[in-house]
Design a protein around this ligand. Structure first.
Ligand code: C2E
Ligand code: CA
Ligand code: CA
Length: 708
């Protein structure tokens, strides 16, 4: 009804009236004319059908006569309003008889006349209602979305936004204020301004608008403030077309919590939780990166292990140990260049990856790290003097894998540890061979006692004044099935390192005291001497192990002597004192072995409760012709010391008759050495002493060398 909004032109005679009614008669809208009293004056055929009355039944009668029900309805009001305002009135009516909705336009005509159009709007109204319901559903859905959402027109203009969008305080997480603004343009502007990630968003959106892709999504960081202070937030942007215009829905979901959690997890996966230093994974990466990236190709790895950290942990508790590790981490971090990476592998093991650094540089760095320990660590009111062992491995063309470099540095650290505390060692291929060897020995050593591969050799001890053999020192040998006879110097240190020395010595004590009992039964009066490691002394089981072996065998305790080296005693004289006292109380005798080589303080040794000083072979043999002190002077001095302290003195390693004579002259009580007898198996000891008895009538060696 194109002309429904227009007022009808003023009438100009019958002819015009004819033309209008002719035109109106054939249109599909219902049309009727009313006079000032609401009487029908003209009705078209559509109106006849709509009103269900022929024109003859209508014309001349008032609306209210024909349709009394309409009295008092809105229709009466709009008729009046059209006459008063002289403006077209619109009305929607539900016709009960027709059971349909009608739309009406009431035009003021000549004077108080009205021209009324009616049309069946039932279908359209139903559609409108449906649409309205649909759009309110869409609105409800939009508003229910927690993501900030906008619907964009084909050119990027924002058509509508949801409640979440409106609620977002600033421009955060979305580039625009709201309806009417152009989203796409704003993104383009951000891209032009160099906002990180904006380019990707623009490209993605353009692809969606152009229909090149079905949808587009991207995660981006925003540093705009949004209630998180200056913390950056993370957003997941998703765009997809809603129809083929295309209109596009853009959603912005806050994924900050998820991203932060992921970032935290990723960080934790690569860092040590105690010190926050890079962990093994991160260190591998750092080494790989350094190997790949360094122009010089020189990367050096330092592997550090605190000496005796286990004791700190055991004695002061784990929380103190943790404090110490944290303190150390911070000290190390301050001693490296910014390009170097300090990490922790776990326990007390730290690793430094030094860029552009060779082995020599690594050694310089190692010295610097030793210096880190110069100042003692303060823990629970205790000042702890600590040291560190450092292994150094520098990259070379062979080192392709980070693991190799780390493994070699570890091996070098291990070698440094063997050399004593506070050492560093540069890795060499020879060191690897040595270590493999040690490892093989260690793994076999574990079972050597049970498989009967150990043998004990005995070296007679001669009492110098009487020439009698008063004792025998047990010296361990290992009959390795592949390598043959292995000397103790080769395997004892390995056994000490692995803690195997304690069970081995336990076995040794059992079998040696058993041999002592056999000899006693054979009528031989011999004191059994057994070498004890410092590790055993520190283990705390020494007293029980020794007394246990003696008690089980029936050997009188005074027939057993244990030997500990001067060096091993110097480390912790107090610990030795207690255990020695407990053993001596039961009659067991104690000797200090290799005396004169340990640089121990005389006062410390003098205060130890021991019975015998065994003067080391190097002092008995003496230095070469240009040597400083002659053996005579030293042996004399030690003998005098022994006499003063009420200890007996034994000269070890006498290889000549002159040395035996010298030992006797300066007042040594005993001597032992190849000149008297090499270490031999037990049966040979018996044979030798029986032969000696036959010749001299005493318990001597057959040659009776000591007395000649
Ligand atoms: P040690 O306790 O000082 O033992 C004496 C070493 O000197 C023995 O070497 C012995 O064979 C050697 N020896 C004796 N007289 C002479 C001599 O006149 N000239 C020379 N050149 N050497 C002589 P061995 O058996 O190779 O033992 C070496 C070291 O291994 C021992 O030194 C001891 O420290 C250790 N050891 C041996 N057996 C055991 C054991 O059962 N337990 C422990 N913890 N250590 C042991
Ligand atoms: Ca010894
Ligand atoms: Ca010795």
């Amino acid at each position: 009804m194109a002309n429904s909004q227009d007022r009808l032109p003023p009438a100009s005679g019958e002819a015009w009236h004819m033309r209008v009614t002719e035109a109106l008669a054939s249109i599909s809208d219902a049309v009727y004319f009313l006079d000032a009293e609401d009487r029908f004056t003209w009705v078209n055929s559509a109106a006849e059908r709509l009103l269900s009355h022929p024109a003859a039944a209508l014309v001349g009668r008032t609306v209210w006569d024909v349709f009394p029900d309409l009295r008092g309805t809105e229709l009466e009001d709009v008729y009046r309003r059209a006459r008063e305002t002289r403006e077209v009135q619109e009305v929607s009516l539900f016709s009960r008889p027709l059971d349909r909705w009608l739309g009406g336009w009431i035009h003021p005509g000549r004077g108080q006349d009205l021209v009324v159009f009616f049309r069946d709007v039932h279908e359209r109204r139903a559609l409108d209602e449906e649409r309205a319901a649909e759009s309110s559903l869409i609105r409800a859905v939009l508003n229910a979305l927690p993501s900030r959402t906008a619907i964009l027109d084909a050119d990027g203009t924002i058509l509508t936004t949801n409640a979440a969008w409106a609620a977002s305080s600033a421009s955060h997480g979305r580039p625009l204020a709201g309806d009417g603004a152009n989203y796409l343009d704003a993104c383009r502007a951000a891209s032009a301004a160099g906002v990180p990630g904006a380019r990707v968003v623009v490209d993605g959106l353009e692809a969606v608008f152009a229909g090149r892709v079905q949808s587009f999504s991207v995660d981006y960081a925003s540093s705009a403030p949004d209630g998180r202070g200056m913390q950056p937030s993370w957003w997941h942007l998703q765009a997809f077309p809603v129809d083929d215009k295309p209109r596009v829905v853009v959603t912005h979901t806050d994924i900050t919590d998820r991203v932060t959690a992921e970032q935290r997890a990723a960080w934790q996966a690569r860092h040590d939780h105690l010190t926050s230093l890079p962990n093994r994974t991160a260190l591998y990466e750092a080494i790989a990166e350094a190997l790949a990236g360094d122009d010089s190709g020189r990367v050096t790895v330092l592997y550090m292990d605190i000496d005796g950290f286990k004791q700190v942990n055991d004695s002061l508790g784990h929380s103190s140990g943790d404090l110490l590790l944290r303190e150390l981490a911070s000290r190390l971090a301050h001693r490296t260049r910014p390009t170097d990476v300090v990490g922790r592998l776990g326990g007390d093991e730290f690793v430094v990856v030094a860029h552009d650094c060779d082995a020599e540089g690594g050694e310089a760095l190692a010295r610097r790290f030793h210096g880190v320990f110069d100042e003692p660590f303060e823990l629970a009111g205790t000042r702890l003097p600590l040291t560190v062992s450092i292994g150094i491995a520098a990259s070379d063309p062979v080192h392709t894998e980070p693991e190799d470099l780390l493994r070699d540095a570890d091996a070098a650290m291990y070698a440094a540890k063997v050399n004593g505390p506070n050492q560093h060692q540069v890795f060499t291929p020879a060191l690897r061979t040595q270590l493999d060897d040690r490892w093989q020995i260690a793994s076999r050593l574990r079972d050597a006692a049970s498989t009967g591969e150990f043998a004990v050799h005995w070296q007679p001890v001669v009492h110098l004044r009487s020439g009698e053999v008063t004792g025998c020192e047990a010296l361990l040998r290992w009959n390795h099935p592949q390598r043959g006879l292995i000397q103790p110097a080769e395997f004892i240190p390995i056994a000490e390192e692995n803690g195997l020395i304690v069970p081995i010595t336990r076995w040794l004590l059992q079998s040696t005291v058993a041999q002592g009992v056999i000899w006693a039964r054979e009528g031989l009066d011999l004191e059994i001497a057994v070498n004890i490691s410092a590790v055993h002394l520190a283990s705390g089981t020494l007293v029980d192990d020794v007394l246990g072996a003696v008690a089980d065998s029936g050997l009188p305790p005074r027939k057993l002597m244990i030997e500990l080296t001067e060096t091993s005693l110097a480390r912790d004289p107090d610990q030795a004192t207690e255990q020695f006292a407990a053993l001596r109380k039961q009659g067991v005798r104690i000797a200090i072995d290799d005396f004169g080589t340990g640089y121990s303080s005389l006062s410390a040794v003098a205060s130890l409760p021991v019975d015998v000083l065994k003067i080391d072979r190097s002092l008995v043999t003496g230095p070469g012709p240009n040597g400083a002190a002659a053996p005579a002077a030293i042996l004399g001095a030690v003998s005098a010391l022994g006499a003063a302290l009420d200890m007996q003195v034994l000269a070890e390693g006498v290889e000549t008759r002159a040395q035996v004579e010298l030992a006797r002259r300066v007042g040594c009580t005993y001597a032992q050495g190849f000149h008297l007898s090499r270490p031999v198996v037990a049966g040979q000891v018996t044979a030798l002493l029986e032969e000696g008895r036959r010749r001299t009538g005493k318990q001597t060696l057959p040659q009776g060398r000591a007395s000649t």
